[in-house]
Design a protein around this ligand. Structure first.
Ligand code: E4P
Length: 215
């Protein structure tokens, strides 16, 4: 399973990329708004940090407008992936963009049949939201398992991005389920790095080494 970072905070993107663990970025309108910056400018800056797929989401709700927005975003950089909502219009736009060679990420996926339709419309990626399903008492990870199984049975090439990841256990379970990618906030990457036994292990090694120097 590969990692994308799920943020529009360019400093966090830079720090995560330097760690060598992420190979792409996902953003959404809420994440961009949180940074209070100009959408196209943030996306442009991200392309200078990460050499990999960068998802930028359209705001329009009708397919022709989505396509128009998507073409402008795709012109920013070859790595831009267009994020589209899982709606009838989003599917139409996915089909058109795919036929024009523009990569797509169908987002706000909450059922396996939505994922299957998005894949059939030509989506490069689908983004099932684990955390938001868990939040309302549904089985977010069960959704990932179902999509993985269905895509495997039918030889579907669309990649599954486990999204709305809240903690390292989501990452662990998504990896075991066979998601191709997990898109994670920087805070989750930091949680995954840390382990109390690693910290105490380093402390003990250094303390033992220091006793040697005093001999
Ligand atoms: C996915 O690409 C979305 O940006 C994201 O994972 C949404 O997560 P949230 O439920 O934490 O907002």
């Amino acid at each position: 399973m590969k990692f994308f970072i799920d943020t529009a905070h360019t400093e966090d993107i830079r720090k995560a990329y330097e760690l060598g663990v992420i190979c792409g970025v996902t953003t959404n309108p809420s994440l961009i708004a949180k940074e209070g910056l100009v959408f196209e400018e943030v996306i442009q800056e991200i392309t200078t940090i990460v050499d990999g797929p960068i998802s930028a989401e359209v705001i329009s709700l009708e397919a022709p407008k989505m396509v128009e927005e998507a073409e402008k975003l795709a012109a920013i950089h070859k790595n831009i992936v267009i994020k589209l909502p899982m709606t009838e219009e989003g599917l139409k736009a996915t089909k058109i963009l795919t036929s024009r060679g523009i990569k797509t990420n169908v987002t706000l996926i909450f059922s396996a049949t939505q994922a299957l339709l998005a894949a059939r419309a030509g989506a490069t990626y689908v983004s099932p939201f684990i955390g938001r399903l868990d939040d309302i008492g549904f089985d977010g990870m069960g959704l990932i398992q179902d999509i993985v199984e269905i895509f495997e049975i039918h030889g579907i090439q669309t990649e599954i991005i486990a999204a709305s990841v809240r903690h390292p256990i989501h990452v662990l379970e998504a990896a075991k389920a066979g998601a191709h990618i997990a898109t994670v906030p920087y805070s989750v990457i930091l949680q995954m790095i840390k382990h109390p036994l690693t910290a105490s292990g380093i402390e003990r090694f250094l303390a033992d080494w220091a006793t040697l120097q005093n001999k």
